[in-house]
Design a protein around this ligand. Structure first.
Ligand code: PSU
Ligand code: MN
Length: 311
């Protein structure tokens, strides 16, 4: 059991949870490792604003000095965003204890954010894209076995995660197979295809389509009522105005992955490295798409939390 002194919930967030008002968790790895400064702090603030605009309370999660923090101030968001490169750890389930023992700031990935959100009593969490089965994890001359801890967390922790699908740098079909095996429903909002992170469509059929957020809320509610203790993925395609063309994403990802292999990048550094490399290749267009999808996922997470609180 998580000791209460290891979980610090901001008063506004704690009051909302106590009153059963809608709350949406946000993660911090996309601030420290996913996007360049100053867009990282701008998107952190915009995502919180998008949640408030639909009547929910935002709670950005990070770890500081060994404690999981649920709800950060603007100054704290800024501290995470401006910390010198390499000074903030990226923590997932397997590295949370190490990050806690080390002290200082640590940014939580999807898996670590789900742990904190669930411990605090938050049912909805918005991010950019979830981790998944990396390309080359299972095949090629030397399989890396690199499968994001996000997938196992979704299998065991009952939090609904709003995202633009698995990041397009991943093996999306195998990520879907993994989630199916581990009992995680994957819902796509308003489309019959999985989104492709920076692009709206991937060509990969959606496991399940929901027409609107109210329909998604009914699935979340049924999942809980049936005693199924897994999470849920609600995939929301990137807003059309900032989407990259599907075919371009395919080419860009292939280039980025070839570059990463040539540079010998491995392990938890892989995702941040590829996101930065793809930002270079696209002249910043991928960053604009990433920002747009994070803010829109925050809005949809807010609507989902409002719908769940109303029922
Ligand atoms: N969404 C984004 N940018 C990111 C991430 C999500 O738009 O950088 C982060 C999340 O924290 C996710 C992590 O958990 O990438 C996946 O890392 P890995 O593949 O090492 O598990
Ligand atoms: Mn990994």
């Amino acid at each position: 059991m998580l000791q209460s002194d290891r979980l610090v919930v901001a008063p506004e967030v704690g009051n909302a949870i106590f009153d059963r008002r809608p709350v949406v968790a946000l993660e911090s790895t996309l601030i420290s490792h996913g996007l360049p400064y100053p867009q990282n702090v701008e998107v952190a603030i915009e995502a919180e604003a998008a949640i408030r605009a639909v009547g929910a309370v935002p709670a950005t999660v990070a770890m500081r000095d060994g404690r999981l923090r649920v709800g950060l101030s603007v100054d704290e968001l800024d501290a995470l965003a401006t910390a010198p490169a390499g000074s903030v750890r990226k923590v997932s389930r397997h590295s949370l204890a190490e990050g806690a023992a080390a002290g200082g700031w640590a940014a939580t990935t999807v898996s670590a954010t789900m742990i904190a959100a669930h411990a605090a009593g938050i049912r909805v969490f918005s991010t950019g894209g979830i981790g998944g089965v990396h390309r080359g994890a299972l095949d090629g001359p030397s399989p890396t076995f690199d499968i994001s801890a996000d997938l196992e967390e979704l299998a065991r922790t009952p939090v609904a995660v709003v995202c633009a699908g698995p990041k397009a740098i991943l093996d999306v079909p195998r990520t879907l197979e993994y989630l199916e095996t581990r009992g995680v429903p994957v819902l796509v909002l308003g489309e019959d295809e999985m989104p492709f992170f920076w692009a709206r469509r991937s060509g990969i059929p959606a496991p399940m389509t929901v027409p609107d957020v109210a329909a998604a809320a009914r699935v979340v509610e049924a999942q809980a009522a049936l005693g199924l203790s897994a999470g849920i993925v609600l995939a929301n395609p990137v807003p059309a105005a900032h989407a990259l063309p599907d075919a371009d994403v395919r080419d860009i990802v292939a280039r980025g992955i070839a570059d990463a292999a040539a540079a010998g990048v491995r392990g938890p550094a892989t995702t941040p490295w590829l996101l930065a490399r793809i930002a270079e290749i696209t002249g910043g267009a991928s960053v604009l798409a990433n920002i747009a999808l994070i803010v829109d996922n925050a809005r949809v997470g807010g609507l989902l939390a409002v719908e769940l609180a109303r029922r």
